[in-house]
Write a protein that binds this ligand. Sequence first.
Ligand SMILES: [Zn+2]
Length: 213
Amino acid sequence: MVKRILKKMTMKPRIAEYENFLQRIVGAGYTLSPLQEWPGEDYHYFLRHDVDKDPEAALILGGIAAKYGQASFYFRWETMVPDVMRCLYQMGHEVSLHYETLANVFRENGVKRVKDITLKMVKEAEAKLADEIALFEILFWPVETIIAHGQIRNRKVGIPNSVLNAGIADYSHQPHNTDTAELSENRYILIHPCHWIVTSRRERLIIDWKDKF
Ligand SMILES: [Zn+2]
């Protein structure tokens, strides 16, 4: 635990590595595209950014990505900073919801294992997710795709948030790649901005702490 925190506190920014990856994608003739255009044509590369902890880190990566094309950024409610999101959106990126609705319902109902789950809970979570999407659209812009966040609670219970049906395109579990060392056959890449740059160690540690409950 202490080792993990120390590693996070001393992480070197990987901005040059990120930009180098984008240069290789575009240099190889691919178009950098947001997931709302999935599956696109052959020569598209999809970059999904899950903003789990550090919205400003997402903004910095988004600024770099905008030089090469468009990508997707998914924010949890607790990492939503409207100014940051609007900036990314104005750069042409897709900015949408990183939902964790089912895990929250599990937490409210004290669900610890699969047998604690009831159909009523799942229906309640689906209704809540529909409300979240509606609220996001009131606050921001239309939602075209959403991505599920994985809470510790999901892992413990063994059920991901993406089992909910929101009636909206959800590519959470479409096979994707996290390795950016080389261009791969799988052109769907998942990036966690907080693994690339840390702008606020304090904020990040607070969210890390809250995520444990
Ligand atoms: Zn996430």
